[in-house]
Design a binder for this molecule. Structure first.
Ligand code: NAD
Ligand code: ZN
Length: 345
């Protein structure tokens, strides 16, 4: 059930950086990172019947076996077999790696390892997409953009005219803002510690901005004052535990819904007063915006093809694969949104 892919385009998501830094995470080294990518099927392993060489595909860090209770449930994309597992560095079938150097294994990362010209992935982690869609644009849908878009459209579900706060204005947060705009939210408040993010975020529907550093009180109080008691929906896209707590506590009592998307550190604990729940606030979380990768991703690609979703504005930089370290520099400096890494140069 394995497929070898030729990766054509990839990019860096903050999750790669966390595991590269290995702060508070279980380190599995040496390992090939990368999970946001687009490519073509190069060859098929035994048992794969629904793909053929040359198919255009997006690998996804969380999979869809199609058979388990989660895959059969309309509510879940947490496949029992192929859900994200950041500690596993081997293939499921034999517990071995498909990469090696001088006979020693090089481990996989979240089942994708796309910082490689060729990679081997489980067929359940491969979404076949419209071959007419330009892979150098839609590759961003294989992680960040679908995650942010789905977090707002599938999980937070703001209604027309509502007020939404977005914590963290990287690719994931900006995709959530874009989704809030598509859903008809009228106030979209971007929250970030880096004020350089604000100008760019205007292109994604954010129309108000808050930098927590500008206030000497918690940002949830600032937001509650701005919105007559709290926002209707919030989406946290930072990975910072304090931002997660603020994102929950800033939603309005009675109906507010907060959605966590950022990947926390291993030892983080979420602390809030239980009365915040009794007062009818809801806290949710999601991987990959609740999209089922194989069933749902092709329709997100079609949104781009039908011009309902713009992807070009997310891709602000481009480098050759040999210059991949520059993509790390851009992300660590908080510069731009996504950096397209071309494998063919
Ligand atoms: P990014 O680094 O491009 O953007 C993160 C932004 O958050 C930055 O602009 C940063 O300045 C801001 N920020 C950091 N701490 C903050 C705080 N305390 N308050 C306000 N803003 C703060 O990252 P990205 O690639 O957009 O990813 C965002 C998060 O989503 C990461 O944690 C990543 O691991 C996670 N992620 C989760 C999923 C999922 O399926 N759940 C998928 C992809 C990425
Ligand atoms: Zn499954």
């Amino acid at each position: 059930m394995e497929v070898r892919l030729k990766i054509l385009f990839t990019s860096l998501c903050h999750t790669d950086v966390y595991f590269w830094e290995a702060k508070g995470q279980t380190p599995v080294f040496p390992r090939i990172f990368g999970h946001e990518a687009g490519g073509v099927v190069e060859s098929l392993g035994e048992g794969v019947t629904d793909l053929k060489p040359g198919d255009h595909v997006l690998p996804v860090f969380t999979g869809e076996c199609g058979d388990c209770r989660h895959c059969k449930s309309e509510e879940s994309n947490m496949c029992d077999l192929l859900r994200i597992n950041t500690d596993r560095g081997v293939m499921l079938s034999d517990g071995k790696t498909r990469f090696s150097i001088n006979g020693k294994p090089i481990y996989h990362f979240v089942g994708t390892s796309t910082f490689s010209e060729y990679t081997v992935v489980h067929v359940g982690c491969v979404a076949k997409v419209n071959p007419a869609a330009p892979l150098d644009k839609i590759f961003v849908l294989s992680c960040g953009i679908s995650t942010g878009l789905g977090a707002i459209l599938n999980v937070a579900k703001p209604t027309k005219g509502s007020t939404v706060a977005i914590f963290g204005l990287g690719a994931v947060g900006l995709a959530a803002a874009e989704g809030a705009r598509i859903a008809g939210a009228s106030r979209i408040i971007g929250v970030d510690l880096n004020p350089n993010r604000f100008e760019e975020a205007k292109k994604f529907g954010c129309n108000e901005f808050v930098n927590p550093k500008d206030y000497d009180k918690p940002v949830q109080e600032v937001l509650a004052e701005m919105t007559n008691g709290g926002v209707d929906r919030s989406v946290e896209c930072t990975g910072n535990i304090n931002a997660m707590i603020s994102a929950f506590e800033c939603v309005h009592d009675g109906w507010g819904v907060a959605v966590l998307v950022g990947v926390p550190n291993k030892d983080d604990a979420f602390k809030t007063h239980p009365v915040n729940f009794l007062n009818e606030r809801t806290l949710k979380g999601t991987f990959f915006g609740n999209y089922k990768p194989r069933s749902d991703l092709p329709s997100v690609v079609e949104k781009y093809m039908n011009k309902e979703l713009e992807l070009e504005k997310f891709i602000t930089h481009e480098v050759a694969f040999s210059d991949i370290n520059k993509a790390f520099d851009y992300m660590l400096a908080g510069e731009g949104i996504r950096c397209l890494i071309r494998m063919d140069t």
